[in-house]
Design a protein around this ligand. Sequence first.
Ligand SMILES: [Zn+2]
Ligand SMILES: [Zn+2]
Length: 431
Amino acid sequence: MKKFILVILIILASVATASYYYRSERISGNKRLIKEATQTKELRSANIEINYFPLMFKTKVLGKNQQRVSFEHSQGLNVYLGQLHAHSTFSFEGKGTPEQNYDKARKSKDLDFFALTEHEYVWLDNGKYEKLKQISAEFQSENFLPIHGFEYSNLIAGHYVVLNTNTFKSSWGDLSPDDLYSWLKKPEQKDALVIFAHPGFHFYRKPFEFSHFKFDKDIVDKIIGIETHHWDPITFLGPGYGGKLLFIDEAVQSGWWLAPISSNDSHDYRNVPGKSRIGVVAEELSQKAIFSALKKRMTFASSFPIQLFASALVGDQQYPMGSQIPTSETLKIICDFVIPEEEKVGLERIEVLINGKVKAIKKLRTISNADLTAVPQSTASGTRPESGRIVIDINKPNIPSSPGYIYLRIFGYKAGKLIPSPIYVAPFYLK
Ligand SMILES: [Zn+2]
Ligand SMILES: [Zn+2]
């Protein structure tokens, strides 16, 4: 009982502090976003060439009868879309039972997978966790992969989305991420997939969160991602703890090999599916294939539904997004994409970042203010999906040496942005 009252008091105090800070944080966050969104001037770099070709791709039926695209050099891999972070009534403050959440996700035409990741804190117990496993298994179908996990929700150390473990770890009494990391090092957790959840989102935790990405080489294979997009309406997370780089760059430069992840962090089944998506490039829609692709960081994070396949070409070797590539003199990144017609999103510009710094910007289309409601390109037969290929040639000295990384930020017009998983120059581990 005492423990319960203490928890309630801590929560009330946290909520009060958070709401006080939220306002100022949100206002400065918005200013930052406006600045970012209006910085559309092209930035040329002598050793980076960006070309954009509007193209149509062959479609195929995949999953829920959708028009999926066959990207010709995706080596037989498919793009599956989903979400890996959401809550139900099992998290106490979530609205909608696990069944209602999975049902809504399964019915959504472009969620191939969906995870419920309940706050462990004081709400989850072994019985509920087992029940969640059982319920999620019941929603498995040929075209839908239900996933269960938990959100390690430490008030100070931070929140981590944890998937693919048999049991959950309570954050009760933990004062730093080391307690979670020790648990992850146990043999039972060898297949765990862990994501840094919403860095910086709760202002009061910023001084301690994730011990500011303190590196631990013994779990580098398990910490696979970091949320770059979060919540609904979508918030882009950043700048980082140091104020100069985004969180993803701070984390990667601390040594972590990470995939960008977008999450709605839905607390209400009526908000499923929401707009943000993670794309995972996998052989098939099975837990084994999706988890294996996540382990290879073969993902993209987007604030709008899009199908995308990005890869790097070094000589005639192709490396999908997220891969570690050898050092080379020249490098080509090919990025094929299709945005469904109904999304009415056009791609506006692309940025190439090397080791966290913007090195080149190219406008993909010129838009005037009158075009604010710009829709996909029209043809004689009507509108068609916005689709195409972006080819980026990078030459020395812009190719980073090991350890280094290159990534793209692609902006949808009035729709936010997408980030394919970086290409890492191996050996990547910094420490
Ligand atoms: Zn959280
Ligand atoms: Zn959450």
